[in-house]
Write a protein that binds this ligand. Structure first.
Ligand code: GLU
Length: 468
């Protein structure tokens, strides 16, 4: 078993012991229900390459199952199983009514042209269709490490070629481009969810006191590992909406540091221009990219891959809070060590759940065949406008244009998506925090999050009448 799958299993067992649920039920919840491993040929240049790929459905207690597709040379069955497992708990924690799943294609996207990636993605989708492993009511993929909206558009298009007559076909995949049945705010969703989650965590005075921190995000120092789908948006929102200081950033090519803060928009421009984050004016190049994990900061956001903080480097971590934006960035042993040292770890299955939450909104949009806000936006605008007019008449005063615009605005899709995400992240955090407070023996948020998820999933099973 890989380190990652072992870690997930260890974390599960630790939490399960606190639940008092029957062993048979716990075993059923823990097991991966379906593992589909495939090998298919794709013609690349003049040769046929055999591509290894997976789709794992961890739990079908709710349908469809849901989870991203990863393109990486490191993909293997254990990794996809671990990731699918995390999806089940993630969905339960944020009350998204799906089972967990994950896909993986063992390729290095950097080494392929877009045309080759398209071929591979389409063939992978065809394999999923053939085995009934995809569909709006069966299993709904989404972006993950190495994939994005472009790949999701290819998946949808392939699905439509086979199943064009299905009225809800657009809901077979999420994270699509907005022009192709996607939803506004999905690309930033995981990063924005990380922001809402950490903002909620640092708003609790007592918890911050224990860490020796003041409440609030303003002025907090932040280090970010990975400027991809998740890390980039998180860093940008922490900077622009949280007023935090991004002091260290690491990417594939290396890491940079500036104690006065690195402007996230500027570093993105610099990377676009030069192809690298290195040699950014005002910032220091670091010797190794892994050093990002060891800088002195208030909040560390590992937003790349699993197994980054392990027993061999955990002692060097100086952050007070670790927000696990990636899946599984801290191993179970390292997490235990850091928790004992007083570090607050906000666990992956909660803090990165913003992506799947907005995927849920996208799926609902696809099933309803209508953009959120279309029905009520104008009605609300008119009502608020009348209200402002009434206040003006009654007071004899005039409200300024700027305030009037603010007060009379009807919500667009992006406003509703963000508001739904904010509400979800805040509610889930407080549920987890309550579990931790109630169970005196629980020392960390991950165990509390697991317990919260297990309580919800077990009641689903009990409602099905499978277990007495
Ligand atoms: N890949 C993302 C995750 O790990 C999103 C999954 C989804 O939207 O279905 O949560």
């Amino acid at each position: 078993m890989s380190n990652f799958l072992e870690s997930v299993s260890k974390n599960f067992d630790k939490a399960a012991a606190h639940t008092g649920l029957p062993e048979g039920l716990l075993n059923q919840i823990k097991a991966c229900n379906s593992v589909y491993q495939m090998n298919f040929p794709v013609k690349i240049g003049n040769e046929y390459r055999v591509i290894e790929a997976y789709r794992v459905q961890h739990s079908q207690h709710r349908l469809p199952t849901k989870g991203g597709i990863r393109f990486s040379q490191k993909v293997n069955q254990d990794e996809v199983m671990a990731l699918a497992t995390l999806m089940t708990y993630k969905c339960a924690i944020v009350d998204v009514p799906f089972g967990g799943a994950k896909g993986g294609v063992k390729i290095s996207p950097r080494e392929h042209t877009p045309a080759q990636l398209q071929k591979i993605t389409r063939r992978y989708t065809a394999e999923l269709i053939r085995k009934n492993f995809i569909g709006p009511g069966i299993d709904v993929p989404a972006p993950d490490y190495g994939t994005g909206a472009r790949e999701m558009a290819w998946i949808l298009d392939t699905y439509m070629q086979f199943k064009g007559g299905e009225i809800d076909a657009a809901g077979c995949v999420t994270g699509k481009p907005v022009t192709q049945h996607g939803i506004r705010g999905r690309a930033e969703a995981t990063g924005r969810g990380v922001f809402y989650g950490v903002r909620e965590a640092v708003s609790h005075k007592d918890d911050m006191k224990k860490l020796g921190l003041t409440p609030g995000l303003a002025g907090k120092t932040v280090a970010v590992q990975g400027l991809g789908n998740v890390g980039y948006h998180a860093a940008q929102i922490f900077q622009n909406e949280g007023d935090s200081k991004i002091i260290c950033i690491a990417e594939y090519e290396g890491a940079i540091y500036n104690e006065d803060g690195i402007d996230v928009d500027e570093i993105m421009k610099h990377r676009k221009k030069t192809g690298s984050i290195m040699d950014f004016p005002g910032a220091k190049n670091m010797d190794q990219r892994k050093q990002v994990l060891e800088v002195e900061c208030d909040i560390l956001i590992p937003a790349a891959l699993e197994n980054q903080i392990r027993m061999d480097n955990a002692a060097n971590v100086k952050a007070k809070i670790i927000a696990e934006a990636a899946n599984g960035p801290v191993t179970a042993d390292a997490a235990e060590y850091l928790t004992n040292k007083g570090v607050m770890i906000i666990p992956d299955m909660y803090i990165n759940a913003g992506g799947v939450t907005v995927s849920y909104f996208e799926w609902l949009k696809n099933l309803s065949h209508m953009r959120f806000g279309r029905m009520e936006k104008r009605f609300n605008q008119n009502t608020y406008s009348n209200l402002v007019g009434l206040v003006e008449r009654l007071t004899g005063k005039t409200i300024g244009v700027k305030e009037r615009d603010l007060l009379t605005r009807g919500a667009d899709e992006i406003d509703l998506v963000r508001s739904g995400l904010e509400e979800t992240m805040i509610t889930a955090y407080n549920e987890i925090r309550e579990v931790k407070k109630r169970k005196k023996a629980v020392e960390d948020l991950r165990t509390a999050a697991f317990i919260s998820a297990l309580n919800k999933i077990s009641s689903d099973y009990l409602a099905l009448g499978i277990f007495p």
